[in-house]
Write a protein that binds this ligand. Structure first.
Ligand code: MN
Length: 287
């Protein structure tokens, strides 16, 4: 049975947050995993990290980590100084997560987010090639810290480099590290892949982390994604990793702006109750 989690930003308008109350809330709702923002963890003191780790352990909760690189840390950038800053930043994050006991970092860590291909460009290969070389440097620290770097495959409106599972497989094969894996997200798969289940099966043993969310980023069960098929595909590849839901319902703040929530999807809903329902739905799916 996979451990099931939820991303804290379901409840927030800003990425920066105190994660302690979410540990209590998410454990009480019955989740196994809380996913938090990796950048925030890297900014904490070692003592604060130890506190957070101890709190999660006390509640029997595992933590996973997510983020998108900003333009200042774009490891695919043409500018070498920016690439170097990005490599150093990923290494700093790997060390911080190492202090937390290691684990899974996922997201757009191979380039900046959100990003589109520059207007005068039609070939993304130079971006991908630069990113691979940078990632080979950054992932060495992840290897030492028992941290897995999971490249999240996202849709074309958020990033241009890895839009399909096949592209991400080529990328991690080139990086060639046991700590470089793929992360898939049903919201993005729904936009880019021909067949969602086939993409999951194609990822196979390279799948290190998995996000779930509906076509409209509602909690699983509210939209039209083929959940039975998705559950079957995860079982078919014997996926043992975390399954983390990442619903976004509230407009406003940096989260609403970055995720482009331009209408209130939370209207009339009790967010805690919806999370509890989605957890039951997901447990049923992965049985
Ligand atoms: Mn995601």
């Amino acid at each position: 049975m996979n451990k099931i989690g939820i991303y804290y930003a379901y409840w927030t308008h800003e990425w920066a947050a105190d994660f302690h109350p979410f540990i209590d809330k998410v454990a009480k709702l019955g989740f196994d995993v809380l996913e938090v923002h990796a950048g925030t963890i890297a900014e904490m003191s070692s003592a604060e990290r130890q506190n957070l780790k101890a709190h999660a352990e006390d509640k029997g909760l595992e933590l996973s980590y997510c983020m998108g690189l900003t333009q200042d840390y774009d490891i695919a950038a043409a500018n070498k100084q920016i690439r170097q800053a990005g490599i150093a930043y990923l290494q700093k994050i790997a060390k911080a997560l190492g202090e937390m006991g290691g684990g899974n970092l996922g997201g757009i860590i191979y380039g900046s987010w959100p990003a589109t291909m520059p207007k005068d460009t039609t070939d993304k290969r130079p971006f991908v090639e630069r990113s691979i070389l940078s990632m080979q440097e950054a992932v060495k620290v992840a290897e030492d810290q028992a941290v897995i770097f999971n490249m999240e495959v996202v849709n074309r409106f958020e990033q241009f480099m890895l839009n399909t599972c096949a592209e991400a497989l080529d990328y991690v094969a080139a990086v060639d590290s046991p700590n470089a894996k793929i992360m898939l997200d049903t919201f993005h798969l729904n936009i880019e892949e021909d067949f969602i289940a086939e993409a999951i099966v194609r990822a196979g043993k390279n799948l290190g982390h998995f996000h779930i969310g509906e076509n409209n980023r509602m909690p699983p069960g509210y939209g039209h994604l083929p959940w039975t098929e998705i559950g079957r595909a995860l079982r078919h590849i014997d996926y043992q990793g975390f399954v983390v839901m990442e619903p976004f319902l509230m407009p406003g703040g940096q989260v609403g702006s970055d995720i482009k929530v331009f209408r209130d999807l939370s209207k009339g809903l009790d967010l805690d109750e919806e999370a509890r329902k989605a957890l039951l739905f997901t447990r049923g799916l992965l049985k």
